[in-house]
Design a protein. Structure first.
Length: 402
């Protein structure tokens, strides 16, 4: 029989590396399940950077269990539908989430910044007797041992070597945990960057028939319009070419982009602009013994469909449920392997394919294919069962079934 390191000699049941949206929700699920958890975050405070703004129905169901959904919904905008549009022709279809009312308690997309939820999760962790959350605490090494894992920490009150039964790497795309385990991150970088802007102009007055989320197809000027509590986020493609990042980010270029797709827009209302590279990469494995990868540490994709953060929260929540059962003495080793395999499949075959499919459909230059795609989107408006099936996938409910 294997001799287990006695629990009293460990610092925690689980150390979570990274205090982003995925790390904090994973840790909260663990603490609420009765495990002692330490979250180590390298930054001084939660990043307020503009990133994900969409929360899908299954994520809201998980956040509800953690006690976060009600307040988050209060702070966000409920998108009752979303649209596919054509830059020249206007609305193609308006997909109402009400067809999902039998499938979820939350038949909508919630539009709110990921930092709002992360800060709420931070506060819940700080108040939880089984959780510790330390900022300015950077993990520099992870060493799996026979039945526990050593974690080297620089900074914060836990500086030194920590010992935990399990370690969850929720430390983002450049994951130290992943590289410490020697796990590859396979995939590609997209041939265009995304220029993300925010405007306080009421775009719903300029385009009165738009929804809160709109994907607008065009071979050159495809774009995305998403409403959130602080205004509208507008995403444009920025192909790699002769223009430097500085030129792309210049107010002249941003105004030009707005003029092309939103004539009449007041450029003075543009609040900020950012440029980022987009990747589709998946870790070669999500588990090595008692160390697990979740969220961006395990997979990254383009934001067309708002699936990155959502699938990360799902990874962490499902993993935490298994670790809680392990903490209660159950043998869940085979189920943990299954979790790692299944979540990798979701990242590759569901999130990766859906988001890439959305991006390709919006920017397609082949007129015949564009017409066929328009017809397929239009057909969804006329067939309720087809619409429900489509929305089960795009709202990520289907990713958690079967
Ligand atoms: C510009 C942009 C726009 C996006 N838009 C969308 C969108 O519309 N929809 C969507 O679903 N997703 C979107 N995403 C992706 C989404 O933001 C990520 O999927 C999400 O942030 C992943 O959360 P995470 O907790 O896994 O990782 P992160 O948010 O990256 O958090 C990781 C945390 O780990 C910490 N950390 C890293 N290394 C260490 C270490 N060694 N020790 C301690 N701490 C460490 C970091 O400081 C960070 O706080 C976007 C991303 C970007 C960059």
């Amino acid at each position: 029989m294997t001799e287990h390191t006695p629990f009293r000699e460990l610092d925690a049941d689980v150390v979570v590396v990274g205090g982003g949206p995925v790390g904090t929700t994973t840790a909260l699920t663990l603490a609420q399940g009765g495990l002692r958890v330490i979250v180590l975050e390298g930054r001084a405070a939660t990043s307020l950077e503009a990133r994900a703004t969409t929360f899908h129905p299954p994520t809201l169901e998980m956040l509800d269990e953690l006690g976060l959904a009600e307040e988050l919904i209060r702070q966000g905008i409920i998108a009752e539908s979303y649209q596919f549009r054509d830059a020249e022709r206007g609305k193609i279809v308006d997909l109402e989430f009400s067809v999902l009312s039998e499938d979820t308690r939350y038949p909508f997309r919630l539009q709110v910044e990921q930092s709002v939820m992360t800060l709420m999760a931070n506060r819940a962790l700080e108040a939880h007797p089984l959780a510790e959350l330390h900022n300015l605490a950077t993990v520099t090494a992870v060493r799996p041992q026979d039945d526990h894992v050593e974690v080297e920490v620089v900074g914060g009150p836990r500086e030194g070597v920590l010992r935990a039964r399990h370690v969850v790497g929720a430390d983002g795309m450049r994951s130290t945990v992943r590289s410490q385990l020697g796990i590859g991150f396979t995939g590609h970088t997209y041939p265009e960057r995304f220029l993300v802007t925010s405007t306080s102009a009421p775009l719903h007055e300029l385009l009165p028939d738009i929804a809160s989320v709109n994907y607008v197809a065009d071979p050159v000027d495809w774009h995305v319009l998403m409403r959130n509590p602080s205004g509208w986020r507008v995403l444009f493609p920025a192909p790699f070419g002769e223009e430097t990042a500085e030129e792309l980010l210049s107010s002249e270029n941003v105004r030009r982009q707005f003029d092309r797709v939103l004539p009449g827009h007041d450029p003075e209302k543009i609040d900020w602009v950012t440029l980022y590279e987009v990747h589709r990469k998946v870790a070669d494995s999500f588990r090595a013994g008692n160390v697990y990868l979740v969220g961006d540490a395990a997979h990254v994709n383009n934001p067309m469909g708002g699936m990155g953060m959502n699938s990360g929260v799902h990874d962490g929540y499902l993993l935490a449920k298994l670790l809680v059962r392990a903490g209660n003495g159950e043998d869940v080793d085979a189920e943990l392997d299954d979790w790692a395999r299944r979540r990798r499949e979701v990242a590759l075959d569901y999130v990766g394919k859906e988001t890439e499919g959305n991006w390709s459909a919006l920017r397609d230059t082949d007129e015949e294919r564009r017409a066929a795609q328009r017809a397929a989107w239009e057909a969804l408006g006329e067939d309720e069962e087809a619409r429900r099936s489509f929305l089960l996938t795009s709202s990520m409910l289907a990713s958690l079934r079967g």
